[in-house]
Design a protein around this ligand. Structure first.
Ligand SMILES: Cc1ncc(COP(=O)(O)O)c(C=O)c1O
Length: 374
C-alpha cells in the first residue's frame, strides 16, 4: 500500500498509538483564515468552541483577533474563562443545578462577561433569582426558533413578552437574539442565502418590535458553518457569526456543502489489525474513537481507499471491504477523515499536532469532561 497520505503525510507515525487524532497545523491555519475572510473581520465572529474544546485552539483564535465565543456546556465556558475570554455566550438552556453552577462560575471568573440563553418564562425567573441573589447582572439572549424546532421561542407576541420579561427581571439585562438555523441544509450557497434572507426579514421585524418597546437588542447571534457565509453577506452591523465545525471541517460538511472551501484538518490515525477474509479489512477505528451518529456507511472516509465500504462498526473495530485489501497488512497505518468531527474530538483526551510534516505538539481536549472545577 502506498504510504503517502498526501496533505496528511508526516514522519514518525510508527511511534504513535492508534486510534489518535492528528491535527494538521497548516490546514487549521488555512481554515481559520478562511473563516475570518468570509466574516470580513475577526470581530464579526463568535465561533462555537464545541468543535475543538481545546484551550490551545482558543488561544489561536484569540491570536487571530477573535474575542467573542460561543459555548454549549458549562465546562466549555470555564475553559474559555481560563483563557481570559471576556465575552462568552452559553448557547444552551439552563435548568436544574446548572443555574446555580453558572452563578458560581460568574463569581469565580468576574472578568468574563457571560451571556446566557433563554426561551421560556420560568427559565427567566429562575435565572434572575439566582443571578440577583449572587449579586450579578448578566446579559440574557432570547433563543429564537427559526425552523429547527430544537429549542427557542417562535417569533411573535409571546417571544416579545419574554424579551420584555428579561428587561424587567433584576439580575438580568436583555442582550440580543439567538438565531441558530442548523436545519438549513441547502446544497448551494445561493439557496442558503435565499433562505437566510427570508428568515432574516422576520428576525429584523421582531428585533424592531423589541427595540420599539424599549428593550435594547445589541446583537443577533447567527448561523453555523453552512449559513455563516450567507449571514456575512447581510448588511446588518449587529450580526455576530457563530460557526464551529469549519475550524477543523469534516467529510460530512465537505460532502453536503462543497461551496464552503474548508479542508478537513483533524483526521484519524488508525492501524489495520486484521484481514479476516479475502477482500475485508479491520482497523482499530471503532465507534469509541470516531463519531457514530452518521449512518454506518459514512462514518469515516479513507482518501487512499476510495472504494472502501463499511461492513461492521463496533466499539473498537471498523471492518470494511476494499479491492486494495491485498496491499494491506496488520500494522499498516491509514488516515481517516471523520464524517462528523465534533463528537469525534470529544472522545479523545488529546490530539497530536503535526506541522511541516513533523509531530510538534500534543493538545489536550480541555473541555471534553463535563466538569472542570465548577
Ligand atoms: C447553537 C449552535 N450554534 C452554532 C453551532 C455551530 O454550527 P456548525 O457546527 O455548523 O459550525 C452549533 C452546532 O451544533 C450550534 O448548536
Amino acid at each position: 500500500m502506498n504510504s503517502d497520505h498526501g496533505i496528511y503525510s508526516f514522519v514518525g507515525s510508527e511511534h504513535l498509538l492508534t486510534p489518535s487524532i492528528v491535527i494538521v497545523h497548516e490546514l487549521v491555519q488555512q481554515n481559520l483564515e478562511l473563516m475570518v475572510r468570509i466574516a470580513g473581520r475577526a470581530d464579526r465572529l463568535r465561533p462555537h468552541c464545541k468543535t475543538h474544546k481545546m484551550s490551545a485552539m482558543v488561544r489561536w483564535q484569540q491570536q487571530m483577533g477573535i474575542q467573542h465565543f460561543k459555548a454549549a456546556t458549562v465546562a466549555e465556558v470555564e475553559m474559555l474563562a481560563r483563557e481570559h475570554v471576556t465575552d462568552v455566550f452559553l448557547a444552551y438552556p439552563l435548568v436544574g443545578p446548572n443555574i446555580a453552577r453558572v452563578a458560581r462560575l460568574q463569581q469565580k471568573y468576574p472578568d468574563t462577561q457571560l451571556l446566557l440563553n433563554v426561551d421560556r418564562s420560568a427559565g427567566i425567573t429562575s435565572l434572575g433569582a439566582a443571578m440577583s441573589a449572587a449579586g450579578h447582572k448578566v446579559g440574557v439572549v432570547l433563543d429564537l426558533d427559526v425552523g429547527m424546532h430544537r429549542t427557542g421561542a417562535a417569533i411573535g407576541d409571546a417571544a416579545l413578552r419574554l424579551y420584555q420579561q428579561i428587561d424587567k427581571t433584576p439580575g438580568l439585562t436583555p442582550a440580543g437574539l439567538h438565531v441558530y438555523d442548523g436545519h438549513r441544509r441547502q446544497a448551494t450557497l445561493t439557496e442558503r442565502l435565499a433562505a437566510v434572507r427570508e428568515d432574516f426579514v422576520k428576525v429584523l421585524e421582531f428585533r424592531d418590535r423589541c427595540v420599539a418597546s424599549g428593550c435594547p437588542v445589541p446583537r443577533l447571534i447567527c448561523g453555523g458553518t453552512p449559513t455563516f457565509p450567507a449571514f456575512a453577506q447581510l448588511d446588518e452591523p449587529t450580526i455576530e457569526l457563530s460557526p464551529g465545525t469549519c475550524v477543523f471541517a469534516d467529510a460530512g460538511y465537505g460532502h453536503h456543502f462543497p461551496d464552503l472551501g474548508f479542508t478537513p484538518a483533524a483526521v484519524m490515525l488508525t492501524r489495520v489489525v486484521s484481514i479476516p477474509e479475502d477482500g475485508t479489512v479491520t482497523c482499530d477505528l471503532g465507534y469509541k474513537s470516531v463519531a457514530s451518529d452518521p449512518p454506518m456507511e459514512t462514518r469515516v472516509v479513507f482518501p487512499q481507499l476510495p472504494d472502501m465500504r463499511i461492513l461492521l462498526h463496533s466499539e473498537e473495530h471498523l471492518t470494511f471491504q476494499t479491492a486494495e485489501w491485498q496491499h494491506l497488512k496488520p500494522g499498516d497505518v491509514l488516515i481517516g477523515i471523520p464524517w462528523h468531527i465534533c463528537p469525534t474530538i470529544a472522545m479523545h483526551r488529546d490530539a497530536v499536532v503535526v506541522r511541516a510534516g513533523r509531530v510538534v505538539d500534543r493538545w489536550e481536549v480541555t473541555a471534553r469532561d463535563r466538569v472542570l472545577s465548577i
